[in-house]
Design a protein. Structure first.
Length: 389
């Protein structure tokens, strides 16, 4: 089928909710994607942080193929080995102790919100239900996840959103301290990804954790984009010297297979009983096998993420370009603050064979596979300099 025919199918039969670039990808290999003409692209987006081990990693392919031939789905009315093994591994990596498997980041965050409200209802009453999030945050596209999202632009056209959310300025502990007794939880992104790749201040996060402990609010982290090694540790909260009551995860956890979920600590894990939460496709044997393979591959790479992220940022800052105001981020979650429209730069980079993203109003965003090599970093820097240098 030609690209023209494929594009016509999308135009005729797919809802036009995305402004797609004029490219049709047909194959992936390592850190590269190939379009229908055979042109090769270096992928610095990894499917918006999903393809954490690159494309078609042989160990991942072998694990998924073997599981697909054995058992794909049973429902959560039964036990399967991959689900138990992956849950144990995620608990070990996070330091928390109970996993719920879902499909997406928005669904994972909604589970955290339900856990917070149920915990607070059990211990206090139904009126203590407000979840506090930060302005510039992004937590998903469902109505409740949108309500949690601290960006008004995402709320347009979809009112009324789910009630019970308050948004405060990032890095302003006074704004949190001023809130009344109706709060049950605070939900943070250690690095605000969609909002522009802004890391939270270390002291602020520790002050939030202290306040949550004093007021018995649950401390929750949205680790959908920051987790699974992206920021240089298995979960970004580990770099802030705090222990949350719950975290969400998705994106990079299964190397491209749709899988997400949340993990609760000791305080909150009793909030749910049988029948209070569920997900038909959550934790399928196939998804969990993909997750186990992905984590196994990443064990050899996570320790080098911080160095590679610094290599990328140093290389970009060395351009000395008037188009670049600076870089920000954590690990291999990088924002390049640019003069002008970041989407225009992303389009030009794509034409030159480098896949990047935009974020917020001013950032070209880089989310490469964590398996990216130094040679591939240098290759990407050459193209970035052609456009931004």
């Amino acid at each position: 089928m030609s690209f023209t025919e494929t594009k016509a199918l999308y135009n005729d039969h797919v809802l036009q909710t995305y402004a797609r670039y004029d490219v049709c990808f047909v194959k992936g290999e390592g850190s590269y994607l190939f379009d229908d003409t055979g042109k090769r692209y270096l992928d610095f987006s990894s499917g918006i942080g999903v393809n954490s081990v690159g494309h078609a990693h042989p160990d991942w392919v072998a694990a998924v193929t073997a599981q697909a031939a054995a058992l794909v789905h049973t429902s959560n009315l039964y036990y399967t080995e991959p689900g138990g093994k992956l849950a144990k591994k995620l608990c070990e990596l996070s330091g928390l102790n109970s996993v719920f498997f879902a499909n997406s980041g928005a669904e994972a965050n909604e589970g955290l919100i339900k856990a917070a409200r149920k915990y607070s209802e059990d211990k206090y009453d139904k009126n203590r239900h407000i979840v506090v999030t930060l302005k510039r945050s992004f937590h998903g596209r469902t109505l409740t996840a949108l309500a949690a999202t601290g960006q008004d632009s995402f709320h347009t056209h979809f009112q009324p959103l789910t009630p019970g959310f308050t948004h405060v300025e990032p890095d302003d502990i006074g704004a949190l301290e001023a809130l009344d007794g109706g709060v049950c939880a605070v939900l943070l992104e250690a690095v605000q990804g969609e909002g522009g790749v802004y890391p939270l201040d270390q002291g602020y996060v520790r002050a939030v954790a202290k306040l949550c402990a004093e007021r018995d609010w649950l401390l929750l982290f949205d680790e959908v984009q920051t987790g699974i090694g992206r920021c240089g540790s298995w979960f970004a909260f580990r770099q802030y010297d705090v222990i949350p009551d719950g975290i969400s995860f998705a994106k990079g956890v299964a190397g491209g297979f749709p899988l997400g979920g949340f993990i609760l600590g000791e305080k909150a894990k009793g909030a749910f009983a049988p029948g209070l939460h569920g997900a038909t496709f959550g934790g399928t044997p196939l998804g969990c096998a993909a997750g186990l393979a992905t984590l196994g591959i990443l064990e050899g790479f996570v320790g080098d993420v911080a160095r590679k992220g610094r290599l990328l940022r140093d290389g970009i800052e060395a351009f000395g370009s008037a188009k670049i105001r600076g870089t920000r981020g954590l690990g291999m979650m990088i924002g390049i603050s640019v003069e002008g429209d970041p989407k225009a730069y992303v389009k030009e980079l794509l034409a030159r064979g480098l896949i990047c993203l935009s974020a917020g109003s001013d950032a070209v965003r880089l989310l490469p596979p964590l398996t990216l090599s130094d040679a591939e970093i240098n290759e990407g820097l050459v193209i970035l300099k052609e456009v931004l240098g």
